[in-house]
Design a protein around this ligand. Structure first.
Ligand SMILES: [Zn+2]
Length: 216
């Protein structure tokens, strides 16, 4: 089969690089404009890796931080490192099993979880699950993970249970980290990428090798 003559995305320019997301040759301009916009870029793409480094230098901190009304004390992160880490680790595990998950799903799940625990701390149990099905999956996974930690703690008779304010604070902290890392593209996985690097042991397996089927 002859090599593609035109970029597989714009069908106008000459292709310059092989895209692991669309599995075809594309031009450099489409790579830049469609990356995590219409293309689900695999974590190991060298062009994506390069863009992450560039984005980190350039990205302005978001104007509004999530849940500005929630104040985290100077020592909050230090004192809740274990819980924050366990949630982060669980998120990586979940996203490895559910590779379609994007940063926006996690951010929506965080927002729903914070609202759920906020109502819970006022004595009402009301679940504020997000609207998107993919975000609901993350919401449920983290909620049942937290329920489990709580259950185990109670069974061991260690504590009366976790304080809602500790859970809320940990989730708000993670939501703010997510807001900083999200590159603003609709299919951004820059925050997930950051989590994978922070918790490399969390069931991260190499993405399935992409087979190039001759003649396909
Ligand atoms: Zn193109």
């Amino acid at each position: 089969m002859p090599a593609a003559v035109l970029c597989a995305i714009c069908h106008k320019r000459k292709p310059k690089r092989y895209c692991l997301g669309v599995r075809a040759d594309i031009c450099a301009i489409c790579c830049g404009t469609e990356r995590e916009v219409t293309v689900d870029c695999p974590f190991d793409c060298i062009y994506l890796r390069e863009s992450r480094r560039y984005d980190r230098k350039r990205t302005q901190p978001p104007a509004g931080m999530p849940f500005p009304e929630v104040e985290l004390g100077d020592r909050f992160v230090e004192e809740h490192e274990a819980l924050i880490g366990r949630i982060g680790y669980e998120l990586v595990r979940y996203t490895v099993e559910n590779p379609k998950i994007i940063d926006k799903d996690i951010e929506a799940a965080f927002a729903g979880l914070v609202r759920t625990y906020q109502t819970l701390s006022s004595g009402i149990y009301y679940e504020s699950a997000p609207d998107e099905a993919s975000a609901v999956g993350v919401f449920r996974a983290i909620k049942s993970f937290l329920d489990d930690i709580e259950k185990k703690a109670r069974e061991q008779g260690l504590v009366a249970g976790m304080k809602e304010s500790d859970i809320i604070g940990s989730l708000v902290f993670l939501a703010r980290i997510a807001a900083v890392h999200d590159n603003g593209r609709p299919r951004s996985r820059a925050f997930i990428d950051f989590l994978r690097q922070t918790f490399p042991g969390a069931g991260v397996k190499k993405e399935e090798p992409r087979l190039i089927i001759p003649g396909a």
